[in-house]
Design a protein around this ligand. Structure first.
Ligand code: FES
Length: 219
């Protein structure tokens, strides 16, 4: 446990991998589509005349693909990676868990890009804004674990305010309200991800609602 300048209680979460510029440049989720689409056009269409939707992600390593609807979540912690996280594993108001998507259909843990790291947490539903409620279920929420200021892992949990803090430059995000910035230097909220719960299973319903990390929206 650490204290920040204003003596607010902050709990440090386990730190994820260090920033890797190559990863930042090459593994942005929005780039998956662009890179693979170009390869697809160059190779697949002239030869096979396949429909566009069938080959878009074919060249991306499965473990680097972004989260998608139907994925489950598993622990980032290596000793528990591959173990699917259930609603009953989460305790309300516990610090957020660092997790990664798990493509159960293809049995692939998507831990090949740090941009797939997600903060998963259960908060009292009544604390959530209407917008956040729409993409959550039973108080369970999920956000990108990568700071939108300069890409550090967001590892601080401010238990009293129920906010997340990035330790690099102390940006604070509000997970109760769509991950918006409470205080900078970050100027953009944390990308959120929708989920639902069925029979104790936490199932993603889409991918992130915005681009991951820092900088302008990729073109
Ligand atoms: S990288 Fe998070 S506040 Fe700067």
């Amino acid at each position: 446990m650490t204290q920040n300048a204003s003596s607010k209680k902050i709990i440090d979460l386990p730190c994820s991998q260090k920033i890797n510029d190559d990863d930042v440049a090459q593994n942005h989720p929005d780039n998956y589509f662009r890179r693979d689409f170009v390869k697809y056009l160059a190779i697949a269409i002239p030869i096979m005349n396949l429909p566009l939707s069938s080959g878009v992600n074919a060249t991306t390593k499965p473990e680097r693909r972004p989260p998608q609807a139907g994925d489950r979540l598993t622990y980032f912690q290596k000793s528990k990676r591959g173990q699917i996280i259930k609603l009953s594993d989460l305790k309300e108001l516990d610090k957020p868990l660092l997790v990664v998507p798990f493509d159960v259909e293809n049995n692939v843990v998507k831990d090949g890009s740090r941009y797939n790291q997600i903060l998963l947490q259960k908060l009292p539903s009544e604390l959530l804004s209407a917008e956040t409620k729409k993409r959550s279920d039973q108080g369970v929420i999920a956000y990108s674990a990568i700071c939108t200021h300069a890409g550090c892992p967001v590892t601080g949990w401010m238990a009293d305010e129920k906010n997340y803090m990035c330790p690099c430059h102390q940006s604070v995000f509000n997970p109760k309200d769509s991950g918006v910035v409470v205080s900078g230097p970050a100027t953009r909220g944390l990308p959120a991800i929708g989920l639902k719960i069925e029979a104790d299973e936490i199932i993603l319903t889409n991918t992130f609602n915005s681009w991951i990390g820092f900088g302008k929206r990729p073109k």
